[in-house]
Design a protein around this ligand. Structure first.
Ligand code: PMP
Length: 421
């Protein structure tokens, strides 16, 4: 591969064209392994950012793509429908909380978030009470597009630079209580106040259920989410759950909302929806929300991307959900969680480590100081693992099929990269 051309012309996520970090050329991927061009095999600790839950090159997903590509790889979704999309929506409705009954398909997580925010705005517009604001919490992350950036914590995120150009929304303090700690009602005080003071203005609350991902890999107490649902009901504000990272089993439940026993009015999913094969996302809404949206002046929901309901992506999504619906993931994720609970506390003893956290197939090591990205990345590759830290966070979210031996290679590599030599 022409790495020099890559360095000179190809822009990677969050990288500089002036001072690009090294990129490792991957030739193929199979199961939990990435194979580099020079033949080295790396155990993937990232699942391509939460996505490849069943591992790479999965026979059933490959077959679904092959079968579909010979039939129809794409067709517009306006005035036309097809079996892969209908079947996918049927499955999504079956596995998501029961009140969610309408599915809007899109092509990336950020767009699913845009769609959810537009749905909430249109909902209140249709009711003749336009509400322009959203309430969310600190340390959140909802994507890289404009509306998604506007509900991402401006003081603590990669989007701070855009602060002055984005619509201003309302941010409440996030929960300080970890998942396994004792709940303390004072954690919800700021949220309660912000909701109460702005309720006539608020179209919706948007939140990542239980795990705040790119904004800090924080795993918070289910009661925080439960209280948010109660407060939204009390004050008649919609609740949007962004399950793009947490959905499809990652936290040990099919959807993270289940940890709090709640159901949102609108839910965004993406990433693992196709087992990480294709770019596909969905926004689900209750019948009440969907019908209200469509009862307004516009008489329909005003959104329709070109690649909406892409049949190839839907076919692979169906195969991926089929695997999940067979149910083995529960045992796989549970044993990953069990092993992380045994291995991470040892890393937590190191002087440079501020905290360790885990839930389901997610493990997090938070440091006092940011890592040197190029150095630590090289040390991981030399150790035969693929882990991509950011800032002060080293985290893993491996494919569910990882074996205990492979998982301990990941934690051993983290331990060695942090231990003074
Ligand atoms: N919401 C959450 C919670 C996410 O983690 C992400 C992706 N990191 C997004 C939205 C945006 O998804 P995408 O990158 O597919 O646009």
């Amino acid at each position: 591969m022409d790495l020099e051309f890559d360095q000179q012309h190809v822009w990677h996520p969050y990288t500089s064209t002036i001072n690009p970090l090294p990129c490792y050329p991957v030739e193929s991927a199979n199961g939990v392994y990435l194979t580099l061009e020079d033949g080295r095999k790396l155990i993937d600790g990232m699942s391509s950012w939460w996505s490849t839950i069943h591992g790479y090159n999965h026979p059933a997903l490959n077959q679904a793509a092959k079968n579909q590509i010979d039939k129809m790889s794409h067709v517009m979704f306006g005035g036309i429908t097809h079996e892969p999309a209908v079947e996918l929506c049927r499955k999504l409705i079956a596995i998501t909380p029961e009140p969610l009954q309408h599915v809007f398909l899109a092509d990336s997580g950020s767009v699913a978030v845009e769609v959810s925010l537009k749905m909430a705005l249109q909902y209140w517009h249709a009711k003749g009470q336009p509400r322009p604001k959203f309430l969310t919490v600190r340390h959140g992350y909802h994507g890289d597009t404009f509306a998604a950036m506007s509900v991402t914590d401006p003081d603590n995120s990669m989007h701070s630079l855009y602060k002055g150009f984005l619509p201003e929304h309302i941010f409440a303090e996030s929960s300080e209580r970890g998942f396994y700690e004792e709940w303390c009602e004072s954690d919800i005080t700021d949220f309660k106040e912000k909701l109460n003071n702005n309720k006539e203005q608020l179209a919706a609350v948007i939140i990542e259920p239980i795990v705040q991902g790119a904004g800090g890999m924080r795993i918070y107490h289910p009661m925080y989410l439960k209280r948010i649902r109660e407060l939204c009901d009390e004050h008649d504000v919609l609740l949007i759950a962004d399950e793009i990272a947490t959905g499809f089993g990652r936290t040990g439940k099919m959807f993270a909302c289940e940890h709090a026993g709640i159901s949102p009015d609108i839910m965004c999913v993406g990433k693992a929806l196709t087992g990480g094969y294709m770019t596909l996302s969905a926004t689900l809404a209750t019948k009440h929300v969907a019908d209200t949206v469509c009862s307004g002046e516009a008489a329909c929901f005003m959104h329709g991307p070109t690649f909406m309901g892409n049949p190839l992506a839907c076919a692979v999504g169906n195969a991926s959900l089929e695997i999940l619906m067979q149910g083995n993931w529960q045992q796989q994720v549970l044993s990953i969680e069990q092993q992380l609970s045994e291995l991470l506390p040892e890393i937590g003893q190191l002087d440079c480590v501020k905290a360790v956290r885990w839930l389901g197939a997610i493990g997090v090591v938070e440091l006092y100081e940011p890592v040197n990205m190029a150095e630590i990345q090289k040390s991981f590759v030399d150790a035969g693992v693929w882990i991509r830290p950011f800032g002060k966070l080293i985290y893993i979210m491996p494919p569910f099929i990882i074996t205990p031996q492979e998982l301990s290679c990941l934690t051993v590599a983290i331990m060695r990269s942090l231990k003074p030599q």
